[in-house]
Ligand binder design. Structure first.
Ligand SMILES: Cc1cc2nc3c(=O)[nH]c(=O)nc-3n(C[C@H](O)[C@H](O)[C@H](O)COP(=O)(O)OP(=O)(O)OC[C@H]3O[C@@H](n4cnc5c(N)ncnc54)[C@H](O)[C@@H]3O)c2cc1C
Length: 805
């Protein structure tokens, strides 16, 4: 029996590292021969020899194997392959894969992550942030914008246009700023920490919009005409895809265009398109001068070729073209950015208004998906991190300023837990935002990662802002110019819904696309299953058995790393971070194994098993976020005082990953298989726990005092020290309260020794001075702190007429 066990161990060892089929087979034969020589020929040796023969039969490509195994399997799988629409295929094929594919492989090559240069800003980008972006932020009065005007003031609109905020991504040759993706992200993040309305206004022309589409697909003539005007704000763009019957399933839009000839601007027989549409929720629509419109194109008279149903097409249409109704506004949850519906009735446009001209008709969906694959990685993540850093800085300070039961509320264990979560999550979000922007600047277009960070960053920002609201109590709820968090809270659902509503992104897109694009074999296998090539079975045969070898590899890797805690694995990092790299490697193997099992058992029906697919998304997302944290820590030169953040973030992400894998192990079909998989993934039980009390205390403390670590965590947002500004008052009070803290300690000590009466220390200053406990100068510090605290915690009240009028 021990020989049989040794034989199994040998198989596991051989499959742990990719080995050649011949070496693997040679090792098995050697083992079987030694066993037969040392023992008499018995049942166990028969079993071992059968296994060796089976191995050769399965893994050495032979015509018999193709005939008996691969051929029938190929035909069966071909039939079972779910049908895929053109729009689904184009969405799946958008972008590329990067670190996500490494995590999906079960054996991440850390060099891929290590090779990514750290994100950085050029001098010009830095100057823009400290110049025009700082000035713009100082000009913004969120209460005036959201409550009184419900729009940006004209001087802000003009400044945005004049400083070319709408041309961040447009090349200099067209008059744009031509900034990196990281700079783009920093700009949106900073503005969003001041005013969501302004951030959305700047964000839209630079994300999925006409400029991006023109740059990627426009004709030279279109680029020369439009890009300078878009960069300077002379043309204000919007992009119209969504309609009443086409939300998440935008490909189902009924909006249509018919190819025809008509008289246009005095010319007869102009080849063009007659359009009818109804769109809604379109950002910047009410002020747009040019509409990027997506519609389905038909050519019943076959004027363009011999296809009648051409497919989704995108055109750029001046908003004043006859037949267009535009200008009405929606009212998106008290945010004041421009958003509204538009309609087109029998609108005729010449064919060369199609982006990319006649060559690009029918390619609209592909164009949109390709641009979305990158756009989604920048704007909403930047917006989310801006809101999160803002909440950490201001609500963290509020927790230090605000006192209840005679102590700062931040010192209560309950609040500490929430503060630690806010700080730790913000560190994660910033790491993911920065690393992803750096990847984009390095030429990557990772569509699965773009879905992960859109979903995770907006979702986690929701939690951070909710936490902030809980800490703020009534001061977060009563709206007015003094309330800095209420409007941020109100705007949360906007980012959750746009660019792929979150439930759909989590449960359908991340794993749905990941399973095809990031898996080392599935995409090629699907391609061969759809192929009509004569030697498709031969190619499929090789691929299928490499895939089986890959699964075996993940079985042994998962078990080995689970048993040893991956202690013998060589990984990057330092003494503080190495353990997390190892855990990622371990969970990556487990994730890959479970993914293959789910794909094998559920096949195409996995598409509808959204609860399972959502858990896979959670596991993959947490692996990505955790690796981003490690890379971010390293890129920042491993600052020692960031260690609580590093530990909190990694422990939290890995715990969530573990819980997602465990949940999958209860949901996947077939109990015996689940038991076996649990043994392979968690041979010594679960090993990850959420951050403990000591770590929570250390992490929360970062938000309650001045430190380089707090400044790094909240860097890049707009900060001011103005007494007439809500967040300025918080900064002033935080500083004053911290300066007075040592004086307060002296008074409290005296109170404990019964030298002073109990109660609010600031009320005992006079007695404390007369007893020589504090000096007159120190009393001054206490008075200033008290005044600043009172100003910072006060809330607005209105004349009733002001609210009802
Ligand atoms: C403020 C704002 C600005 C916008 N700006 C623009 C713009 O500039 N241009 C533009 O074209 N569009 C824009 N949109 C539209 C936005 O992209 C859509 O709102 C989004 O695609 C969702 O569509 P819907 O609101 O119709 O929701 P629905 O599609 O009706 O979805 C409702 C819910 O069902 C879920 N759901 C749908 N299908 C699935 C599924 N298969 N599995 C699981 N869950 C599913 C969704 O996640 C969502 O939670 C904007 C929307 C808003 C609110």
């Amino acid at each position: 029996m021990s020989w049989l066990f040794a034989f199994l161990i040998l198989i596991l060892i051989l499959s742990y590292k990719p080995t050649s089929v011949v070496f693997f087979g040679f090792s098995l034969i050697s083992f079987a021969s030694i066993f037969t020589l040392l023992n008499e020929y018995n049942g166990i040796s028969q079993l071992i020899w059968v296994a060796v023969l089976l191995y050769f039969f399965l893994f050495l490509p032979t015509p018999i194997r193709r005939l008996l195994i691969t051929g029938p399997a190929y035909r069966l799988m071909k039939k079972a392959l779910p049908p895929m629409s053109q729009t689904e295929r184009e969405a799946l094929e958008a972008g590329n894969t990067w670190w996500d594919a490494e995590l999906f492989s079960g054996r991440p090559n850390w060099q891929v992550l290590e090779d990514l240069p750290a994100a950085n800003l050029s001098d010009q980008e830095q100057a823009f942030l400290t110049g025009p972006v700082e000035t713009l932020c100082a000009m913004l009065d969120d209460w005036d914008i959201t409550h009184k005007r419900r729009d940006l003031p004209p001087k802000v609109w003009n400044y945005i246009k004049k400083q070319r905020f709408c041309g961040i991504i447009i090349p200099k040759q067209y008059g744009g700023l031509e900034f990196s993706e990281y700079a783009h992200s920093q700009i949106v993040m900073k503005i969003s920490s001041r005013c969501a309305t302004a951030a959305v206004t700047v964000m839209v022309p630079n994300s999925l919009g006409p400029a991006k589409l023109l740059l990627a697909y426009g004709t030279e003539q279109q680029k020369d005409y439009y890009l300078p005007k878009l960069a300077s704000g002379k043309e204000m763009p919007c992009f119209a895809l969504t309609g009443p019957d086409a939300g998440s399933d935008a490909g189902a839009m009924p909006d249509n265009g018919i190819v025809c000839k008509a008289t246009f601007q005095g010319k007869d027989d102009v080849l063009g398109i007659r359009l009818n549409w109804e769109k809604r929720y379109i950002t910047l629509g009410p002020v747009a001068t040019v509409i990027g419109l997506a519609f389905k194109l038909y050519d019943p008279e076959q004027l363009l070729g011999n296809t009648e149903d051409i497919g989704i097409t995108v055109a750029l249409i001046p908003a004043d073209t006859p037949g267009i109704s535009i200008g009405q506004r929606h009212f998106p949850l008290d945010a004041a950015f421009q958003n509204g519906p538009n309609w087109g009735k029998d609108v005729f446009i010449p064919i060369d208004w199609v982006i990319g001209g006649v060559d690009q008709v029918g390619n609209g969906w592909k164009m949109l998906m390709q641009c979305l694959a990158t756009g989604r990685s920048i704007s909403l993540p930047a917006l989310s991190v801006g809101a999160s850093k803002f909440t950490c800085r201001n609500t963290g300070a509020y927790a230090r300023i605000r006192k209840q039961f005679n102590i700062a509320i931040g010192e209560f264990e309950g609040i500490e837990e929430v503060l630690a979560r806010m700080a730790g999550e913000t560190y994660i979000l910033d790491a993911a935002r920065t690393i992803t922007a750096a990847a984009l600047d390095n030429g990557e277009k990772p569509s699965v990662i773009s879905a992960i960070i859109k979903y995770e960053l907006t979702e986690r920002m929701r939690r951070i802002v909710n936490d902030g609201m809980d800490i703020q109590g009534g001061s977060g709820i009563c709206l007015g110019p003094r309330n800095y968090l209420g409007r941020v809270y109100q705007a949360i659902p906007v980012s959750i819904t746009v660019e792929g509503a979150n439930i759909l992104t989590r449960t359908m897109m991340i794993f749905g696309q990941g399973a095809v694009r990031c898996h080392p074999f599935i995409e090629q296998e699907m391609h061969l299953l759809q192929s009509q090539e004569p030697d498709a079975i031969k190619q499929f045969d090789r691929l299928l058995f490499s895939h089986i070898g890959h699964i075996l590899g993940n079985v042994s890797t998962s078990l080995w790393l689970g048993l040893t805690g991956a202690s013998f694995l060589s990984v990057p990092g330092d003494n503080n971070s190495r353990r997390y790299y190892r855990k990622i490697a371990r969970f990556s193997a487990g994730f890959a194994l479970l993914a293959d099992y789910a794909l094998l058992i559920l096949g195409g029906s996995l598409k509808r098993k959204e609860r399972i697919s959502g858990l896979f998304a959670d596991a993959l997302s947490n692996l990505y976020l955790c690796s981003a944290v490690l890379k971010h820590y390293q890129d920042q030169n491993c600052p020692e005082d960031d260690l609580p953040l590093l530990h909190w973030a990694c422990q939290h992400n890995l715990y969530l990953c573990q819980q997602a894998l465990l949940a999958l192990l209860t949901k996947l079909p077939f109990r015996p298989a689940r038991w076996l998989l649990t043994l392979l993934l968690f041979p010594i039980g679960r090993t990850c726990s959420p951050p403990d009390d000591r770590l929570i205390h250390q992490t929360a403390a970062i938000l309650l005092d001045h430190s380089p670590c707090r400044d790094r965590l909240t860097s890049g947002i707009y900060i001011n020290n103005r007494e007439d500004d809500a967040t300025g008052r918080i900064e002033i009070a935080f500083d004053a309260v911290l300066k007075a803290a040592p004086v307060e300690v002296k008074i409290r000590r005296a109170q404990k020794q019964k030298l002073l009466a109990k109660g609010n220390p600031s009320h005992c200053c006079e007695a404390a001075v007369s007893q020589g406990i504090i000096t007159a100068k120190e009393t001054e510090l206490m008075t200033q702190a008290e005044l600043a605290r009172t100003a910072a915690i006060s809330v607005d009240h209105f004349d009733p007429k002001e609210l009802t009028g």
